[in-house]
Design a protein around this ligand. Structure first.
Ligand code: AHR
Length: 655
């Protein structure tokens, strides 16, 4: 790990220590150029890198219903003090959504199963844990003893269950832990002589986000809430498409009782052989209801992406024939009913039965992820025709494919300009140089047709030994420069989200990512703080920030954008100094004067390859300083290699 290289900026706006000759910048508060949509800065969630199971979804037991391809994956028999056996029974079509269960037979003593969790279980000392199991007693009167142990085998929590009925029933028991463990194990022993069937063996912390059963990891949701995202795009990403149509994401299989949600292999299990993750599946405990609920909790518009009858074009590229597209389109109609329908409707009733009678007020719907060519446009149009007619108020989001330019990209845009799509989703995974250069990308974009959704982007730079090491400072700085271009063009760019969101340090497939975590901790990357600074200082109107009448897009390595929040009366300046020298500016504010009470936040590092880790999470973090200045002329000195956000309360000047 590199030495801490963040230094506090010399930030007094009336700075007397001003050593660099100042050039003029002009901010025209009185000449707004575009409304900034409340959706402008959002997040993109995909179940990649253990994002859902093993991550955001707080379930601690892996393969809880024995449905992985190898039914005992994650489980080990415990035979030290007894004799017994486990038989996996498959009920097949009798229960297609959850066909397998384990039949435990104990001959003597104490026999059981141990679950390894997702790279262990993160357990906190002195907290309540809730164990549950579906069980049906066969013979005898077995006692079920549940214990959490740490890696040294020390017991750190225990409970027991008895008196099982001869019908399938759910049993629950809670206990308080006596110690913390980052890699705990769950042992479930059966004592006595007899036989019992078990399924859905589950362990959750009580302290989930909002203490919800079947809930989400509170610390990770808090990281999302802190971003104040305008929207959440979910559930993907390529996961929507499936490697083949059979394994595409089907939202209907992700709602209802958790035990009735049919497990599916996660495409990232096998996608990259060098990062093979054989224990990566989707339990869908985090399903569409939970995504909508999460969106509501953190004040973000839900933006579900649906499969459009196409499997991933990087894999099989399978398509559903045009005359067999109806079930896919029906899924879209039913999803709108699930989110927005009255509780008297089939899907609206399910939403209510799940605990949310009020609608989720869905306004956006993505048709396909990264699709391309005629086969996509044809299918998109079939969706559009029906959805426009039945739900003209829903904004449809089309895909420009996986690349930020080229023939496929041009073709998609040409077609979407003749469509009713509200937004076109562009993706760019490129070098930091590309991001700096493309700060001007939208300055001369064609304003006719759909708006732009920058749905997935991340600057890819060098990596080092740590999992988190690809999230370098230079990548974050380049993204900040690029985002000034998005903000300046807020009339056409109306949504943007970094990708992907989460990665487990021991189970990732794809880097860089916005937030890294292990079983107990999480860390924001420099890229996270860039997103946070933009989203927390979003504003309602974009206003010009100019140097000698020109926008700042990289001349002398300076990039800038500005917004005002009309309601809070705050002027927000975002300025990137990508050079290795400090830069001084005299800023003239036209049409307003600022007063004391502002804040200057600086994100900076001298090493372009600096990054944050779980062990050193504060290597590159924003440093805030109060701004004491007032009036219409302000001096600033920007540190070398820094991203600066100044939020300044203002009064408008009357002309
Ligand atoms: O973010 C990871 C992947 O990158 C997404 O699944 C896909 O849409 C893109 O290619």
């Amino acid at each position: 790990m590199r030495k801490l290289q963040v230094t506090v900026a010399m930030v007094a706006l009336n700075c007397t220590l001003f050593t660099v000759s100042a050039q003029d910048l002009v901010v025209q508060v009185n000449k707004p150029v575009a409304a900034v949509q409340p959706t402008m800065w959002g997040i993109f969630f995909e179940d990649i890198n253990f994002g859902a199971d093993g991550g955001l979804y707080a379930e601690l037991v892996k393969n809880r219903s024995f449905e992985f391809l190898k039914p005992m994956l994650g489980w080990k028999e415990l035979r030290q003090t007894g004799k017994g056996k486990t038989l996996i029974i498959n009920q097949g079509n009798e229960k297609p959504q959850n066909p397998r269960f384990a039949r435990i037979t104990v001959d003597s003593g104490s026999y059981g199963l141990s679950n390894e969790g997702f790279r262990g279980m993160g357990i906190q000392k002195g907290k309540q844990y809730n164990f549950s199991v579906w069980a049906k007693s066969g013979e005898g009167n077995l006692i079920m003893k549940v214990e959490l142990v740490n890696t040294a085998g020390k017991k750190i929590g225990e409970a027991s269950l008895t008196s099982f009925s001869n019908d399938w029933k759910k049993y629950t028991v809670s206990f308080i832990t006596t110690d913390t463990a980052s890699k705990g194990l769950l042992n479930v022993f059966f004592e006595g002589k007899g036989m019992i069937d078990v399924d859905m063996i589950s362990l959750f912390p009580q302290d989930t986000w909002k203490n919800r059963p079947n809930g989400l990891r509170a610390d990770l949701v808090q990281m999302l809430a802190d971003l104040k995202p305008g929207f959440i795009r979910f559930p993907g990403g390529c996961i929507v498409e499936g490697q083949e149509l059979e394994t595409r994401y089907q939202w209907k299989k992700t709602v209802g009782l958790p035990e009735d949600r049919q497990l599916s292999i996660n495409r990232w299990n096998t996608e990259f052989p060098r990062r093979s993750t054989p224990d990566y599946f989707q339990s869908f405990g985090l399903g569409f209801y939970e995504y909508f609920q999460l969106s509501e909790d953190i004040g973000a518009e839900p933006l579900p992406i649906l499969n459009c009858g196409m499997a991933c074009q990087y894999n099989t590229g399978e398509v559903a024939p045009m005359d067999q597209l109806d079930p896919y389109i029906q899924d879209a109609l039913d999803l709108i009913e699930f989110a927005n329908g009255d509780t008297s409707t089939k899907w609206g009733k399910l939403r209510a039965d799940m605990g949310h009678p009020a609608t989720f007020n869905l306004k956006y719907l993505g048709i396909g992820n990264e699709q391309w060519d005629e086969q996509y446009v044809e299918r998109y149009r079939a969706f559009e025709k029906v959805l426009q007619q039945k739900h003209p108020g829903i904004v449809l989001v089309g895909s420009a494919g996986p690349a930020p330019n080229g023939p496929r990209f041009d073709y998609a845009w040409k077609e979407f300009k003749q469509s009713k799509a509200g937004l076109v989703d562009e993706h760019y995974y490129q070098s930091p140089e590309w991001f700096f250069k493309n700060a001007t990308r939208y300055d001369n974009y064609d304003r006719k047709g759909p708006k732009v959704f920058a749905g997935e982007y991340a600057a890819h730079s060098k990596d080092d030994k740590d999992a988190e090491s690809k999230n370098t400072w230079i990548s974050a700085l380049a993204e900040a420069a690029f985002m000034t271009g998005l903000e300046r063009n807020a009339d056409i760019v109306q949504m943007a989200s970094y990708a992907p969101l989460f990665a487990h340090v021991e189970a990732w497939q794809w880097r860089p990512d916005l937030i890294w975590f292990d079983n107990l901790r999480s860390v924001g990357t420099p890229n996270y703080y860039v997103q946070k600074l933009f989203a927390n200082n979003k504003g309602t109107l974009a206003v010009p920030i100019l140097q000698y009448g020109h926008v700042l897009t990289g001349k002398d390595s300076i990039y800038a954008s500005a917004t005002i929040d009309q309601n809070k009366k705050i002027l927000q300046l975002k300025i990137v100094n990508a050079s290795s020298a400090a830069k001084g500016f005299m800023i003239t504010i036209e049409g307003a004067s600022v007063f004391r009470g502002g804040v200057w936040q600086v994100l900076s590092a001298t090493d372009p390859l600096a990054y944050n880790t779980l062990d050193k999470p504060s290597y590159v973090v924003p440093i805030s300083t109060p701004v004491k200045a007032s009036g219409s002329r302000l001096k600033v000195l920007l540190q070398p290699s820094s991203f600066n956000v100044l939020s300044l309360p203002f009064n408008k000047k009357s002309n």
